[in-house]
Design a protein around this ligand. Structure first.
Ligand code: ATP
Length: 371
């Protein structure tokens, strides 16, 4: 069983200004065969986590176990783990065949004929069998990417570690490779940890995603759980495109009132018992609403509807991202995603509706999701 466990893993670096906590007490249990995506903004500790699993970086505190056994003290070559890098790291002077067979020749006593078969089968699986005699410089970025994957696959490791492997590809190829990589991982059923800063990649590829910020794990969940029940404001804002809108609100009696710090509230609505339950004892909360959950309606029909002015419309083809302000002289915008048939233009007044059933509620002080 190749389940991979990060047990209270901390990594500190020392530099002139003191201690940098790159990864702070991370706990993740990754199941055998699972595709786990580590996602977060630049500098949040993704690569450091991956490098600790690979054995390229020591662990300051905690332990990493593979199949129940600690990896502590095991050099990278003795871990049955293959890493795929963003830069592909192919040997330029070797052909594709040599790049793919090199690791097996060096680290096993497998017969040449057997290695040849494995390399050719893997190349066929990746659709690069006709490229085996070429050098990396004679390949496109997408083809080099496949060779890098092939080199990891031939080793038949217990774990794949992938560090932003698609980020050097153009958008179309990246989307194609996302699906292909997923299919491949499903077929091979190899435990995979995949690092990206791209939330779309995380949402579409991961069985589960682990969201990191500032070295701290924010949530480990399925993509849908993270989307529908974000653990906190950070996750809520990070997952989803365009990002969730947030409004500062105050509970005033039986009403929920928009109350931005230092500004004038623009809307309010009755506090239902369901929302009251979520809010609990807090007086101040942050209300989160996803752009796709805001509706633009003809006329205000209730307390959840309020006047806004269209700032900018971003056409996306089948839908539009409509950036709205509370008034024409306001520069703070929020965004609604509406169907492409709905035509609105800059400067136009529209009525926005925030359906209560779609709101997310966060503690204003801690940012914790109140569910
Ligand atoms: P990116 O997406 O930009 O690659 P990341 O999430 O992979 O970022 P890491 O590379 O893991 O982030 O870095 C986490 C933190 O640790 C950062 O603050 C970084 O500056 C710091 N760090 C990483 N390696 C070292 C090092 N060798 N010495 C000192 N600090 C380091």
């Amino acid at each position: 069983m190749a389940d991979l466990v990060l047990d209270n893993v901390t990594k500190e670096f020392q530099d002139d200004s003191g201690t940098i906590v790159a990864v702070d007490d991370a706990n993740i249990d990754i199941d055998d065969g699972e595709f786990l995506v580590l996602v977060g903004p630049s500098g949040c500790g993704k690569s450091t986590t991956l490098r600790m699993i690979a054995g390229l970086e020591t662990i300051t505190r905690g332990d990493i176990r593979l199949g129940g056994g600690s990896l502590a003290g095991k050099p990278p070559k003795d871990r049955n783990i293959a890493m795929v890098f963003q830069s592909y790291a192919l040997y330029p002077h070797m052909t594709v065949r040599q790049n793919m067979s090199f690791g097996l020749e060096e680290s096993t006593d497998m017969a040449d004929e057997r290695i040849r078969t494995i390399v050719e089968d893997t190349a066929a699986m990746l659709g690069i069998e006709s490229l085996l005699d070429r050098k990396p410089a004679e390949l496109s970025g997408g083809q080099q990417q496949r060779v890098a994957l092939g080199r990891a696959i031939v080793r038949d490791p217990e774990v794949f570690l992938m560090d932003e492997p698609l980020s050097n590809l153009d958008a179309k190829l990246r989307a194609e490779m996302r699906t292909e990589l997923q299919r491949l991982q499903e077929d091979l059923d190899t435990t995979t940890v995949y690092v990206t800063h791209d939330q779309t990649e995380a949402m579409t590829m991961g069985d589960r995603i682990a969201i990191l910020d500032g070295g701290e794990l924010q949530q480990v969940a399925t993509p849908l759980e993270a989307y529908h029940r974000p653990a906190n404001r950070f996750v809520a804002g990070f997952i989803g495109e365009p990002s969730m809108n947030f409004f500062e609100m105050e509970v005033q009696g039986d009403r929920l009132v928009h109350a931005p710090a230092g500004g004038e509230g623009k809307f309010a609505y009755p506090l239902s018992s369901a929302v009251r339950e979520k809010v609990g004892e807090s007086d101040r909360i942050e209300l989160g609403i996803r752009p796709e959950d805001i509706e633009l309606v003809e006329d205000a029909a209730g307390d959840h509807d309020f006047e806004t002015v269209v700032d900018v419309v971003e056409p996306m083809g089948n839908e539009n991202n409509v950036y709205l302000t509370f008034s024409a002289d306001d520069d703070e915008t929020f965004v609604a995603t509406v169907g492409g048939l709905r035509q609105v233009e800059g400067g136009q007044p529209v009525v926005a509706r925030i359906p209560e059933s779609a709101i997310h509620v966060f503690d204003a002080d801690t940012g914790a999701g109140l569910h």
